[in-house]
Design a protein around this ligand. Structure first.
Ligand code: NAP
Length: 368
């Protein structure tokens, strides 16, 4: 059987931190225990030094109470996936098992292999077009594709890069990109085809769940060209696989500067306007926050009222505390290529999420 995160092993992982992790740090969703912080691997140069930084950071994260690991095939030209693969090998030697981690990656963007080729067009022709993996007309914005044939190829590459035989959450990466060039009915057909493939990959044990990792899609008014409706997408999955469908995760930016998931009623569910957080909760979909520090921008110089509401020692902690304490967010992903950042952020593992009172103070400044 393919190895993936299991209920028993993720619970065992959480139990390793009995007496260290505060109540509320581990959350049970989709029968798995997920940490309220996760490590992201997006930023940084495609070079050996950054590879080493991510290997050390992933190891430090797992050793300090963080079991959600997020990447994408195109991050640093596949090098982030490979860095995670190296870290996982080391962690296995250190006594951890694959089943304790929730391993997440994404497909959708064309990616070179390790470094930018001198002739990118020639590279993509030889690697993809000639063997029939995609046709030029299936590519949007010169860089995005989500046909079943392409996803199958990308998932295979990700499994090899990560050195595993199963991925826990496989996301379509920024699928709303397609809406910049194709009509909404055509987009929904493309999503349907992708979901049919992803359900088959789940049935084959290559992935456990699938989802959408988005940037603009869930942060815009319902009428915007790139907006996504979670109810319609979930219905597609339900049409394909019934109640047991595996479309169970959505990733979207959420941080002190991007609060739409909590505040914008862009989703229509049963003829009512809902926020993404409300819609996801009704549909049994787990929300994962990306860019929890707004790519480092909210790690410092926050206005004093944030410290007054949330306490804690540093602005980075406060920014992460906001995300992990928001109703509906299971895991706050934070990019960390320096183990010093892992050590600093992991202090929150031992601190409970903000109380409703503390959280509300952020939004009721006048009355505070
Ligand atoms: N559309 C999508 O699918 C999408 C988009 C964006 C992000 N994501 C995912 O979400 C993850 C998180 O987002 P992100 O990496 O873009 O941005 P982020 O988490 O908001 O910020 C990462 C930056 O913050 C720095 N940092 C971390 N801890 C810090 C601390 N305690 N003090 C000061 N600086 C600190 C990191 O530095 P070092 O690297 O030097 O440690 C890095 O430069 C990504 O890595 C990726 O996995 C997904």
């Amino acid at each position: 059987m393919n190895s993936h995160a299991t209920a028993e092993s993720t619970k065992r992982y959480a139990d390793r931190f009995n007496g260290v992790a505060a109540a509320g740090h581990f959350r049970e969703v989709q029968s798995l225990a997920l940490s309220s912080l996760g490590i992201g691997t997006y930023l940084g140069q495609p070079d050996d030094k950054t590879d080493g930084g991510y290997v050390a950071s992933v190891i430090a994260a797992v050793e300090n109470g963080i079991n959600v690991i997020d990447t994408a095939i195109n991050y640093r030209f596949q090098r982030s996936e490979r860095s995670i693969g190296s870290a996982l090998k080391q962690l296995t030697k250190n006594g951890f098992s694959r089943e304790e981690f929730v391993l997440c990656t994404k497909g959708g963007y064309l990616s070179p292999d390790g470094s930018m080729p001198s002739e990118p067009n020639e590279y993509f022709y030889r690697e993809y077009i000639q063997p029939g993996i995609f046709k030029p007309e299936e590519i949007v914005q010169g860089s995005h594709c989500m046909t079943p044939r392409f996803l199958e190829n990308q998932l295979g590459r990700s499994l090899r890069n990560l050195g595993v035989d199963s991925i826990d959450v496989y996301y379509l990466h920024n699928p709303e990109t397609q809406l910049t060039e194709v009509s909404r009915p055509d987009f929904m057909e493309r999503v349907r085809d992708a979901f049919i493939y992803l359900e088959s990959a789940a049935a084959a044990g290559k992935i456990q769940f699938y989802g959408m990792a988005t940037w603009n899609g869930f942060r815009q008014e319902a009428t915007a060209r790139e907006s996504l409706q979670l109810g319609e997408l979930e219905q597609l999955a339900r049409d394909i696989a019934g109640d047991k469908h595996r479309f169970r995760f959505v990733q979207l930016p959420f941080n002190l500067g991007m609060t739409e998931a909590l505040t914008l009623g862009s989703q229509r569910i049963a003829d009512e306007s809902k926020t993404v957080m409300e819609a996801a909760s009704e549909l049994g979909i787990t929300l994962i926050a990306s860019a929890s520090l707004l790519q480092g921008q909210v790690a410092r110089n926050l206005p004093p009222f944030v410290a007054q509401a949330l306490g804690l020692q540093t602005d980075a902690e406060r920014a992460l505390q906001f995300v992990r304490s928001s109703p509906g967010i299971t895991t706050a992903l934070v990019g960390m290529s320096h183990p010093e950042h892992v050590q600093a952020n992991a202090r929150l593992v031992g601190i409970p999420p903000a109380t409703v009172d503390e959280f509300t103070k952020l939004f009721n400044r006048e009355s505070a």
